[in-house]
Design a protein around this ligand. Structure first.
Ligand SMILES: Cc1cc2nc3c(=O)[nH]c(=O)nc-3n(C[C@H](O)[C@H](O)[C@H](O)COP(=O)(O)OP(=O)(O)OC[C@H]3O[C@@H](n4cnc5c(N)ncnc54)[C@H](O)[C@@H]3O)c2cc1C
Length: 460
């Protein structure tokens, strides 16, 4: 009886199905740091017809499949195992339609996010999804991980941008639901089930994305508040004053600012001292006298003693320098703190400050001298933490995980704010989801993929 690889080659040809040395190196790993492994074969699908044919063959053989987009995922979801067939969407790129009246765009799932953003901009729109990996990640990957990123405060997670989908189910059935309308309550919205399912329920092949009007000019401020309580008051006041215009609200604690200035030479425009530093952005046109609404709102917060000090970027270069304070450290971690242990968690905002204090205390009690940097997309309840033990070659990743996730769980937080569960966070899923929730996920998985061939070992 022919094996699965022979059947795949017979169905799709050797240009589409690569094995052995012909497997491209890029398809052997993702950005998560999981060691590269050559999969049994890579299918470089050219169309939904290819995807459906490949899945049908794999289904007949009970062959595990790992879907791959841009391979920028950070939890090992797209990193293949040696017994898996990698199903890559990288050839399936292109904007199929921009519907100006519906304000939607229909794209093939392998299209790089940046290509979709540029097409939206050329048509006079803004796409609601944006993240650092925009040049490499794919729209299908964004949908499958329910990506967050830098525009969540304004436009929501990727889920909020999805109007319609086409997916290939585990038996090769193609389901097409390329809805463009905001309102469509005709039965279950099955498309949302696939958003954030990390390739475990089906392969996303086409996406209809909502578009937004082109954005007015953005005003950027660097501000300092005495503590996190004041940061939350400032956030609420700005949200009410600048309704719908707030684009970013980032917080950085003193250890992070110190690392940014001392190690990365990205100096803040004002010294936050022991306070919490904020980067705030609002997209709003200047008032008649030239005043910018964010500037006026911050001036009032300074007068009320909520914000200690604030500066507004007066040029593109000043804006770039403000953002460098926030963006330089992540780019420098691999150089200055190799083996660093990164976290991307959510914590309810009311418990945020307490949790940061508890995390700092728990880590330094257990590992005196540990470096722990705290920062995050506060308005999204999203906390980043980077931990590193200086001078230790083998960082105690598993033990640090236990400490960090225990605090997150105690405050009702989520072990995954943005990146999904993949392989790396799977052991901790029960800290953020109840047994009943996990049992429900298992029932959905079993209903859609009864033989368990789609991304086994990820999420559940
Ligand atoms: C520098 C950098 C910055 C980042 N910033 C952010 C951020 O701000 N917010 C954020 O959320 N993420 C961020 N990420 C993580 C990553 O970029 C996102 O998760 C992105 O959405 C993944 O897209 P991808 O095409 O690279 O997917 P991949 O890495 O290829 O795959 C990710 C998961 O989705 C599955 N998958 C991929 N394509 C499909 C498909 N068509 N159908 C079904 N399943 C599929 C894979 O099997 C895997 O489980 C960042 C990553 C980097 C490297």
């Amino acid at each position: 009886m022919p094996d699965v690889v022979a059947d795949l080659i017979e169905a799709l040809g050797p240009d589409v199905v690569r094995t052995g040395d012909a497997v491209p190196q890029r398809n052997c790993a993702d950005w998560s740091g999981v060691p590269p492994v050559r999969p049994r074969a890579v299918v470089l699908a050219r169309s939904v017809v290819d995807v459906a044919a490949a899945v049908r063959v794999c289904h007949a053989h009970g062959q595990p499949i790992v879907p791959q987009g841009g391979l920028t995922g950070l939890v090992g979801g797209a990193a293949p195992g040696g017994d898996e067939v990698a199903l890559s969407l990288e050839r399936m790129t292109g904007i199929e339609e921009i519907d100006v009246d519906s304000a939607t765009m229909t794209v093939l799932a392998g299209t790089p996010l940046e290509v979709a953003q540029e097409a939206a901009a050329a048509a006079g729109f803004t796409l609601g999804i944006d993240l650092g990996a925009r040049g490499s990640c794919s729209v299908g990957g964004n949908v499958s991980t329910n990506a967050g990123g830098v525009n969540v405060l304004r436009f929501g997670m990727a889920r909020a941008s999805v109007r319609g989908l086409e997916v290939v189910l585990a038996d090769g059935t193609v389901v097409t639901g390329l809805n463009k309308m905001l309102k469509n309550n005709a039965g279950y919205d099955w498309t949302q089930l696939f958003v954030g399912s990390e390739g475990t329920l089906g392969i996303v092949t086409r996406v209809v994305l909502a578009l937004h009007p082109a954005q007015p000019e953005v005003t950027t401020a660097f501000a300092v508040v005495p503590d996190f309580v004041a940061a939350l008051i400032a956030l609420r006041r700005l949200q009410s004053r600048l309704a719908g215009q707030l684009v970013a609200f980032e917080a950085m604690w003193p250890d992070f600012i110190d690392f940014s200035a001392r190690v990365c030479k990205a100096h803040p425009p004002i010294d936050p001292g022991a306070g919490v530093a904020l980067i705030v952005e609002a997209a709003s046109a200047a008032a008649a006298g030239g005043d910018r609404p964010l500037e006026t709102a911050l001036a009032d917060l300074v007068e009320d003693g909520i914000v200690t000090d604030a500066v507004i970027a007066k040029s593109v270069d000043e804006r770039r320098r403000i953002w460098a304070v926030r963006e330089a450290p992540p780019a420098e971690y691999p150089v200055h703190v190799p083996g660093f242990i990164p976290y991307d968690v959510s914590i309810p905002l009311g418990a945020f400050d307490t949790a940061v204090g508890e995390l700092r205390a728990a880590l330094s009690d257990r590992w005196p001298g540990i470096m722990a940097l705290f920062y995050g997309h506060v308005a999204d309840s999203n906390l980043h933490l980077v931990a590193h033990l200086p001078g230790v070659a083998e960082q105690p990743r598993a033990a640090v995980n236990e400490v960090v996730y225990a605090v997150v769980a105690r405050h009702g937080g989520s072990i995954s704010a943005e990146h999904g569960i993949g392989r790396q966070k799977r052991p901790y899923l029960a800290l953020s989801r109840s047994p009943e929730e996990i049992a429900l996920m298992r029932r959905i998985k079993d209903a859609l993929d009864p033989t368990g061939i789609l991304n086994p070992g990820r999420v559940l």
